[in-house]
Design a protein. Structure first.
Length: 127
C-alpha cells in the first residue's frame, strides 16, 4: 500500500484542522475545494474574478505537489447562481485553454459555505 501524503503550501490559506489543501496517493493528487479568496482574506467582486482567484489558489497547491494545470484530470465546480455559468466558463477556459487535453468537469449549482463566495473548485490531478 502506498503512503498518503498531505500537501500544503503557505501560498494559499491553510484550512481548518482535519482538512488538507491536498492529498497525494501515488501518482494521484486530490486538491480540496478552493474559493476566490486571497491570503489576506480579500474576496473579489464578480464571478470571473472569483474563478480566477480560486484556480490560482488550486494551481499553487498543484505546484507544491509537483503538478500543474496541464495534469488536471477532473474538476468539480460549484456555482452559487445559474446566471453566472457563462462568466464562470470564460474565466475557467482561460486557465485551461493551453493545457492540451482539458480536464473532465462537472458543475453543480449549490449554496456555498459563505455568502461572499460565488464559486468553488476541487481538482483531481496526476503528479
Amino acid at each position: 500500500m502506498q503512503p498518503i501524503e498531505k500537501i500544503e503550501t503557505p501560498a494559499v490559506s491553510i484550512p481548518h484542522a482535519g482538512i488538507s489543501q491536498a492529498v497525494r496517493y501515488g501518482s494521484f493528487l486530490f486538491v480540496s475545494g478552493q474559493v476566490g479568496e486571497d491570503l489576506t482574506g480579500n474576496v473579489p467582486d464578480g464571478i470571473e474574478a472569483q474563478v480566477d482567484q480560486a484556480i490560482r489558489n488550486a494551481s499553487c497547491i498543484l505546484q507544491a505537489a509537483g503538478s500543474d494545470l496541464s495534469k488536471v484530470l477532473m474538476c468539480r465546480c460549484f456555482l452559487r447562481r445559474q446566471e453566472d455559468f457563462e462568466g464562470m466558463n470564460r474565466a475557467y477556459f482561460r486557465h485551461f485553454e493551453n493545457c492540451g487535453i482539458g480536464p473532465a468537469r462537472y458543475t453543480i449549482i449549490a449554496p456555498l459555505c459563505g455568502d461572499q463566495y460565488l464559486f468553488e473548485i476541487a481538482m483531481f490531478a496526476a503528479v
